[in-house]
Design a protein around this ligand. Structure first.
Ligand code: HEC
Ligand code: HEC
Length: 426
């Protein structure tokens, strides 16, 4: 009861703040401090093991994955790597609305920073591990557009790759015979590679897919190192927590602090952007405009069954997890109107450096994003989860300024932010 009274008093105080009559130097309530602490990077848990990836925490695998991530030979035409679209100096994004690889894709490249903490990958969450995620772009026609036999052959024929691979995964099968292992064979519908794949023996297909999966697992070991460092927002919370609820030196400006208040209170942003990565790792329909897409993108409605049925999921034969270690997948929500047009809540860390925004790159600036939240129009597909905010232009500007305080360096050894020096590798 006391709590309800407290919350009512708090809501009234908030209302006063929002209409601008509160004193400029407000302190944070105990409840607000609890929320700030929950968003603070110091609250980011140690990355737990990925039970589906036996080499996920193996430094040798991370080193191999680092090479693979930047190696353009892992594409159909030798010009595209993961790093083409996930560029370290753009916080692992590419700066364009929808990604371009061998062709033009239909979605925006999200950052990979901190995503190792996520249970689902892609905007629609159609994979449930970083290793199974990595397999998709390698064979997607508009992205890297190659085939798994070709990739296995590169690793087999490049002595330094083969040595690194065998140190991690054991002796590699000989995949050099081009009769048995054609250079372009993969189970991708609508491609010439499919026929070549079907002509291979079941055992050879299994061998190749096993190598392909290991390539994904090494890449995932690298990605697991890519974590966000502390931002100005974190420094502010740090100081706040240390000085026992009285903000010390001016780490954030008054406008940024005002934006933070809107973010955690009347803006309701933390309903979805919560925890130290500012994401609930769930899927929501935010009523975004859809341009030039037929049929309309159903998002999670298709992503959920796709991951449930994937041979590369946590329960599948290529996973190292025991059945009891796949709780997310076991309890996955497969249907319901809230899945229609729903997409993964992205992290807001580094959001000042990762424009354009949203799954289709619908918005090129944070102003456009915030104006969308302010209006919350009806969704073109499904039902939107957001409600209009009716913030003033000044409040929207404060919110934008706060979001920019979430930018930070990547928290990883510098060598992992550029292509590896291969000749220096053993
Ligand atoms: C042509 C550009 C392109 C290339 C090449 C590419 N990606 Fe992506 N990546 C994207 C796009 C676009 C998405 C979102 C696609 C979707 O949701 O359908 C994405 C999604 C991801 C995600 C999911 C992030 C999240 O929050 O769910 C990860 C992780 C990732 N890529 C890693 C990789 C790795 C590893 C490689 C190389 C094996 C790679 N990408 C190659 C463009 C690319
Ligand atoms: C109901 C859940 C929900 C609420 C509430 C919410 N968001 Fe989001 N946010 C999302 C989802 C989901 C996306 C991605 C939508 C998509 O691309 O389809 C997103 C995307 C964003 C992006 C773009 C990030 C990027 O990298 O593309 C920003 C910025 C953002 N939200 C800020 C906010 C702010 C500020 C608020 C409060 C005013 C807020 N959000 C409230 C769920 C939510």
């Amino acid at each position: 009861m006391g709590r309800i009274v407290f919350n009512l008093a708090f809501a009234a105080a908030l209302f006063l703040w929002d209409v601008g009559t509160a004193p400029a130097k407000q302190t944070w309530s105990a409840e607000e401090v609890r929320i700030l602490r929950s968003l603070w990077i110091g609250n980011l848990p140690r990355l737990s093991k990925d039970p589906s990836n036996a080499v996920g925490s193996n430094p040798k695998a991370a080193k191999l994955g680092h090479r693979l991530f930047f190696d353009k030979r892992f594409s159909g035409n030798g010009t595209i790597a993961c790093a083409t679209c996930h560029q370290p100096d753009r916080r692992f994004t590419d700066g364009i609305p929808v990604a371009k690889g061998m062709g033009k894709t239909t979605r925006n490249s999200p950052t990979i920073i901190g995503t190792a903490h996520s249970p689902w990958f892609f905007w629609d969450g159609r994979t449930d591990s970083q290793w199974s995620q990595a397999l998709k772009p390698m064979e997607a026609r508009d992205e890297q557009g190659g085939a798994r036999t070709g990739y296995a052959k590169i690793v087999y024929t490049d002595p330094s790759y083969r040595k690194a691979y065998e140190e991690i995964f054991g002796v590699m099968a000989d995949v050099s015979d081009s009769e048995r292992f054609p250079p372009q064979a993969a189970p991708i519908d609508g491609t010439a590679s499919l026929k070549a794949w079907k002509d291979m023996s079941a055992a050879d297909r299994k061998t190749i897919t096993g190598i392909f999966v290991n390539i994904g697992k090494a890449i995932a070991a690298y990605e697991r190192l890519i974590m966000p460092g502390p931002s100005r927002f974190d420094e502010y919370v740090d100081a706040l927590l240390k000085s026992d609820n009285t903000p010390g030196k001016q780490i954030l400006t008054d406008a940024e602090i005002a934006g933070l208040r809107l973010f955690i209170n009347s803006g309701k942003c933390i309903q979805c952007h919560n925890g130290p990565l500012l994401t609930n790792n769930d899927f929501h329909n935010t009523g975004l405009p859809i341009e030039n897409k037929t049929p309309k993108d159903e998002g999670r409605m298709q992503g959920a069954p796709a991951v449930r049925n994937s041979e590369f999921n946590c329960l599948g034969r290529y996973s190292n997890a025991g059945n009891k270690e796949c709780a997310e997948l076991e309890f996955i929500k497969l249907e319901g109107p809230d899945l229609l047009g729903a997409f993964k809540t992205p992290t807001l860390r580094n959001v000042g450096l990762t424009a354009p925004y949203m799954h289709d790159g619908q918005f090129s600036t944070l102003d456009e994003v915030l104006s969308h939240y302010n209006q919350a129009p009806d969704a073109p597909i499904g039902i939107t989860d957001i409600v209009p905010l009716t913030f003033t232009p000044e409040q929207l500007d404060q919110l934008r300024r706060f979001l920019l305080t979430l930018d930070s360096p990547v928290n990883v050894a510098l060598e992992f932010l550029s292509p590896p020096n291969v000749s220096a590798s053993p």
